[in-house]
Design a protein around this ligand. Structure first.
Ligand code: HEC
Length: 694
């Protein structure tokens, strides 16, 4: 063939590629049948995370191997669901850096850095570096940053098109959720209720200009300022006391589902600010719209209906988990259903035409309530559940039975695949001074007494369950290691894929849960896998990086896996049936060895003071009980804590801000000393526990 002919052939191939280019709009995102692309966080508007692709099946999944991988140096927590549009993958990493990668070559096309740390200021204290994903609409990528911006990027160049600040920078709001797009609008919420007096809301912006289209508040503001509309006035009737002083809460930090059938957006709302209802709304009340699914008109943001999963919440049992849409048949009648498994341990099926509850059953241990009364739609609470007598061991803990790790739903099997957690917590308000409690400002304080001691050293209290939403019963269950396992993917190949805390990625047969394939990825997994097709071949993709609140705050529970800070490489790994690449050998799990400082005499009073300071300022990243789950260095093993000058330089002067360690300019020398006593006390406890072989 002559050169000319080759060039002509290449040009022809290129044009063919161009003809097939997908216009990513509402029709494309709603299309359940087209399987090549992954266009939205939950793949399509239904958020089912179900792929119709069926090259990889329950008979050949054992042949999966690494097609290619990409090292992501400098990345720590990788939680995102990547998107794929015509062979190009887009995903967000830490601090909302966005990557575009050619899936044919595995090469980076562009990288966009919104400079989150520079923009963060004091917000660096209250946020995780992680981001759960981007949105795509008509040639633009949308990503939110932890400091509260929503940014639009040109998908072909990676250049910023517009940027809006969506929160008041004086308040400890942060964002790490994925925006959603519909009808030339992009919507985003926020989080942060544990760090200040926040009032939750979602805002929709024009995708072309970034101009605000509408905003909906999830809790009412101060009545003296007048309510925005009758919905807020209605919600205010369910509150007591001066809730607005504490913000109320209800932030929408994760679950958002657009419903093209009804042109509505469903928002999953957060817990109270503070968690403890006796502070927030003394005398009780349902406290609308905390812990609810709220349906809004997508054009106007006006309230349509709500269903509250946890009235008068007082345990952090928020409803921020994903809301999955499906056509179900209940009692032989077709129902446009919304499925939701919030933290509180129940699986809800709602009729999304009306918001009426169809059914609700426990998917795991949940001792705070006996059941949901189907007549009233309300939980029947167990005695003592509100820890009114001082202290109560309750299932689940504030991490919930199900957290943000998304479930998937397979219309073929009719089953939802949910990662669940089976951990209780002692809820108590013993140390809380009700008369003097004030909302924190950029400090962690949910109005309860918790997390100051380390938790059990080793615990496997998690499972992947397959749940039948129509019969409301479990069909199969596989035990999982640890606690903080990621979200799932299900496919028409009769498969369910899920990564694990112990650094493995597994495939199960969707119908009966039999494990069919397992591979090591070298670090704990926190992101859900996706699948896509390019040039006629199906691939499976996963971001590997350990992160999220469970890793950063749960202390020993997540430290048990040995994914020590900065040790294990972060990657994008892409698998195919003929993949034959080898991943470089990863370092083995590595555990912090607490420094023994014999000449340091721990003063119990100081350590106690230090424990409170640590809880308020450091626990978010360095872990409950000063045991690091791998999100930040383990301070019990840190030399920097031992030397006063070094400690001050890092914590007060802020010498590591660029690495994600915030600056605490207000902490005094006495505060630092108290924290040193606390950290040394925790270090000594660890050494004793290790000697006892616990
Ligand atoms: C938002 C998360 C976050 C919070 C909150 C936070 N840290 Fe850090 N810290 C980090 C990260 C990330 C690093 C690692 C930085 C690096 O790579 O050098 C770090 C590093 C450190 C180090 C250095 C450890 C070593 O051996 O290198 C010390 C000491 C430290 N932090 C103390 C504290 C104290 C004390 C508090 C509370 C007053 C605190 N940190 C709060 C994220 C945080």
């Amino acid at each position: 063939m002559t050169k000319l002919k080759l060039a002509a052939l290449a040009a022809l191939l290129l044009t063919q590629g161009a003809v097939a280019a997908t216009s990513v709009d509402g029709a494309a995102i709603a299309d359940e049948k087209a399987g090549a692309n992954w266009l939205s966080y939950g793949r399509t508007y239904s958020e089912q995370r179900f792929s119709p692709l069926q090259q990889i099946t329950d008979t050949n999944v054992g042949d999966l191997g690494v097609a290619w991988y990409m090292d992501l140096p400098g990345q720590k927590s990788l939680l995102a669901t990547p998107l794929v549009v015509d062979g190009v993958m887009y995903f967000s990493g830490g601090y909302s850096v966005v990557f575009a990668v050619d899936t044919r070559t595995g090469k980076e096309l562009w990288k966009y850095d919104p400079k989150t740390i520079e923009a963060a200021g004091d917000r660096l204290r209250v946020m995780w570096d992680s981001n759960r994903g981007v949105a795509y609409w008509k040639g633009r990528i949308f990503v939110a940053t932890a400091d509260g911006r929503l940014n639009a990027i040109d998908a072909s160049t990676g250049k910023e098109v517009w940027s809006v600040q969506t929160v008041d920078p004086k308040l400890p709001y942060f964002i790490n959720g994925a925006p959603r797009v519909f009808k030339d609008k992009v919507i985003i919420g926020n989080g942060g209720t544990e760090w200040g007096p926040l009032r939750g809301y979602v805002t929709a912006y024009d995708t072309a200009t970034g101009k605000q289209a509408w905003r909906f508040y999830t809790v009412p503001g101060n009545p003296a300022d007048g309510f925005e509309d009758e919905t807020q006035a209605m919600a205010a009737k369910t509150w007591n006391g001066e809730w607005w002083k504490h913000g109320g809460g209800g932030t929408v930090w994760n679950g958002l589902t657009y419903d093209p059938d009804f042109n509505r957006i469903y928002i999953g709302t957060g817990n109270g600010s503070p968690w403890n209802q006796r502070i927030r709304s003394p005398g009780g009340g349902d406290n609308l719209f905390l812990c609810s699914v709220v349906a809004l008109d997508a054009d106007t943001g006006k309230y349509v209906w709500h269903y509250q999963t946890t009235p008068g919440e007082t345990w952090d049992y928020n409803s921020n988990m994903d809301m999955v849409l499906a056509d179900l048949k209940v009692d032989e009648k077709p129902v446009k259903a919304l499925m939701h498994a919030p933290k509180n341990g129940f699986f809800y099926v709602l009729d999304r035409a009306t918001g009426k509850l169809i059914s609700a059953e426990k998917i795991a241990r949940a001792t705070w309530a006996e059941r949901i009364d189907l007549k009233t739609g309300r939980p029947v609470e167990a005695k003592g559940a509100r820890y009114e007598d001082g202290e109560e061991l309750i299932y689940p803990s504030a991490f919930g039975v199900h957290n943000w790790h998304a479930m998937s739903f397979n219309p073929g099997t009719g089953l939802a695949y949910i990662p669940i957690i089976d951990v209780p917590a002692t809820f108590t308000d013993k140390g809380v001074n009700y008369k003097q409690w004030n909302s924190p400002s950029f400090q962690f304080d949910p109005g309860l007494d918790l997390l100051r001691d380390d938790l059990p050293l080793k615990i496997d209290a998690a499972a992947l369950i397959a749940w039948d939403p129509v019969k409301q019963q479990k069909v199969w269950e596989q035990k999982l290691p640890g606690v903080w396992n990621p979200g799932t993917l299900t496919t028409a190949g009769n498969l369910v894929f899920e990564g694990r805390t112990d650094g493995k990625l597994l495939a199960y047969r969707a119908t009966d849960g039999i494990p069919l394939w397992s591979t090591d990825v070298g670090v704990g997994v926190s992101a859900p896998p996706i699948t896509f097709e390019v040039d006629g071949k199906q691939y499976l993709a996963l971001l590997t990086g350990w992160g999220g609140a469970g890793v950063s705050m749960a202390g020993a529970i997540t430290a048990q896996h040995g994914w020590a800070y900065g040790m294990h490489p972060r990657r994008l790994i892409v698998y195919s049936l003929d993949g034959a690449q080898k991943l470089p050998k990863a370092p083995p799990p590595t555990f912090a060895e607490a420094l023994v400082q014999d000449d340091f005499k721990v003063d119990e009073m100081q350590a106690e003071t230090g424990s409170h300071l640590f809880l308020k300022n450091c626990v978010t990243c360095h872990g409950g009980g000063a045991v690091s789950g791998g999100y930040a260095p383990d301070l019990r093993a840190s030399q920097a804590v031992v030397y006063d000058e070094a400690f001050k330089e890092i914590v007060v002067t802020g010498s590591r801000v660029q690495q994600g360690m915030p600056r605490f300019h207000e902490l005094t020398d006495a505060d630092l000393k108290a924290m040193q006593h606390y950290i040394r006390r925790q270090a000594r406890k660890a050494t004793v526990a290790a000697q006892l072989g616990k």
